[in-house]
Design a protein around this ligand. Sequence first.
Ligand code: NCD
Length: 445
Amino acid sequence: MTQGMTYILKNGRVVDPANGRDGIFDIEVRDGVIVRVGQDLPVPAGTTVLEVPAGCVVTPGLIDMHVHLREPGQEHKETVASGVTAAVAGGFTAVACMPNTSPINDSAAVTRYIRDKADAAGLARVYPIGAASVGSKGEQLAEIGELKTAGCVAVSDDGHPIRTALLMRRVLEYAGMLDVLVIDHCEDPTLKGDGVVHEGPVASELGLHGIPGEAEELWIERDITLAGLTRTPFHVAHLSTAGSLRAVRAGKARGIQVTCEVAPHHFVLTDEALRSYDTNTKMNPPLRPQADVDALVDGLADGSVDVIATDHAPHHADEKALSYDQAPFGITGLETAVSLTFDRLVHTGRIGLSRMVELLSVNPARILKVTGGALSEGAPADISVLAPDLKVTVRASTQRSLSRNMPFEGWDLRGGVAATIVGGRVVYRNTAVEGLGAWPPAAVQ
Ligand SMILES: NC(=O)N[C@@H](CC(=O)O)C(=O)O
């Protein structure tokens, strides 16, 4: 389908909390833009009708604000093109990619390189996140103004915390002045030491070095204090413990502009999964005990968690084949997030569909200040069509990511993605969903 086409998405259940909509609506798209949303829209001559399959839900395009695309420098794990292919297959119309590439994205040249690759792929929108410090080394401020001009929407030293309190203060001051979001990977490196899993009975039994939850919690307290001092918004990457969530809630209650994200693996898995010794259970931060998982689910339900973000961290099979201590941290997530969210949060009754859309679209758009988050007339037609009752069996071999490091192999989940529309183009169509047969072929299907 070309961008110039006019079509009407008909009879879908539209869940668009930003516009207060949850019901059967039609959406008219022209030249890549939503021109009308209404009930029983008339179909002008020459307009294509795309009937939304029964049971499917139409939402503003999902946005994953934490992914690793690995290009430049680690194209054996993922490229921008393979990453955005995985993104649209996972229902995401946009992703924000972390700067821990090789070289690090601490310059306009790297930012532009990533954007050019994303433009060439022409699938999901890609928003680069620049490094907060030169080389993410935690010594010298990066050129945040230059990064913003080149297209970065946020800064972070993700993979590492922003190393000192003074540097964090300066990053907040400069980024705040330039209206660039600061995202921190909150982890005290001295407390982490050579830990590879959560510190607790499971780690002891398995003989693996532990990382206490307090390594994250202390750092979040530091950053919230500095966000208060500088009166600047601050976003916590991959929050994983009950104590961290208490700190965020307390910060919000004091009026500090702090937001946070939780990754699906942290609300689905506990550190019991480590007993498999599967290195696909090794990620940063580590899998936590049930009490933390319960607290995160409560936070996702009650609004204290703002965002679900995958922390999609592809690694090559050879690297993940190393011993548990040696293997790199991280798992892929773009192609399982929607199914895990449906299965574990929506179908269990913990959150409703509109909260799901807030977590995966409305809030990431608002926090990053990027397009999307609402199906408004005049907005670019970035739309996700979700299939809440689709039966999905997760298979790494059928995923689009170049890497296969994920711990959900063979899982049967209820809920998936039917189609993904970016700027009016149907870029992904799931051939397993009945009723999409009359839709035009998509670049990914
Ligand atoms: N989250 C992860 O487990 N891995 C991230 C970096 C990091 O945050 O350690 C990666 O880039 O692989």
